[in-house]
Design a protein around this ligand. Sequence first.
Ligand code: FAD
Length: 393
Amino acid sequence: MTSGNRVLIVGGGVGGLFLANALIAQGIEVVLYEQASAFGEVGAGVYLTPNSVRHLIRVGLGPAVEEVGALVGEDSRYYRFDGREIAPVQVADPSGWNATYGMHRADLVELLCRGLPSGVLHTGHRATGFEQDGDVARVSFQNGEAADAGIVVGADGIHSILRPIVHPESKPVFSGTAVYRGLVPREHLDGWRPDVWQMWLGAGKHFLSFPVRRGELINFVGFVPARGIMRESWTAPGDPDELRQEFEGWDPRIADLLAHVESTFRWSLYDRDPIPVWTKGRLTLLGDAAHPMLPHLGQGANQSIEDGMALSLLLGASDPVDAPAALQTYESLRRTRVAEVQIGARRNGMRYDSMEGDLERRDAEIRAHAEFRRELYGFDVVQQVTEVLQAPR
Ligand code: FAD
């Protein structure tokens, strides 16, 4: 590929970095520009599920995921706020394959960076402008540099600067929920297992814990009603005492965990409505830039990995002159699936917070939800792309 044939990715989060790995596996030249001066130091637990882990394995990252992840097992449970059991948590796909991992986001970002050839990753490059003509696209950066490519992928997260070029009308939707998030070393805790995902559900609130980093750390997330509006931010600090008060009187295991919290992050949750178009000429969107979603299905990172797998295969199978058409195919394959997950995440959040009042009905819905998860995890975007590529034209 000349510069007109290579792929330029803006944003080095999970989505952009996975795409870089997947494009290289297809033999496609790629460059990635990230605004931060270093990769992935911020964040806590990210949930990986079979529908994306199968692609990490395909690009050769399976052993690395096994090495630093925490495999989440079948003893995972939903509980009522006081610890009464509601239902098991679905961790396997329909074939019974369990590849559900708790990952520290920094570990995931590190393993995605590790195998990339030198010259692919460029930190300290904040994209500020985009232009394109019939043959080439150009991204300009705040530091005065610019770079050309045949395809540009906006993987620049929920506050994407490239999304408005594709679709100007997309506004953040405030969920009314704030989250506290943090990590506690498991060695400080009595009886906490390294392999269970647990969620406690109460009126208007819920509390989640799962292990990360081989089970050495327990990631927790407390979802509470937001009091006042805060900007979407991964780095805003929260008050550990306020967090403890929010969950006072809940299952004593939560108090045991929170007694060890010295610092926490707190922010409000936003998503956006599904947008009707992701692509304009040589520019397309991926991950949160295309479809920011609430975390109530744990699918943000997983859907961005599915996006990357689909896009890399379609570009790998297309002649470089047809690359803009491959972007259209990518968008049409991904938009419906991802919109279902975005909307499903909103619904699940309502269910978790028992907003409908009838707890017996809510508990029955949680039990029935296992079927939805099985299907979500069984989906293989490679099969879908293969069918499209093999269909008669
Ligand atoms: P993101 O992960 O948001 O990545 C977008 C990347 O683009 C970022 O690295 C950002 O710095 C970069 N970027 C943005 N604008 C520009 C620009 N103009 N020029 C160049 N680069 C740009 N999810 C969890 O479940 N748990 C967590 O603890 C968690 N922590 C996070 C911490 C941070 C700092 C971030 C950015 C995201 C975090 N997430 C977390 C979100 C989660 O990673 C994403 O929802 C999901 O992985 C989809 O990833 P993405 O690559 O589409 O977007």
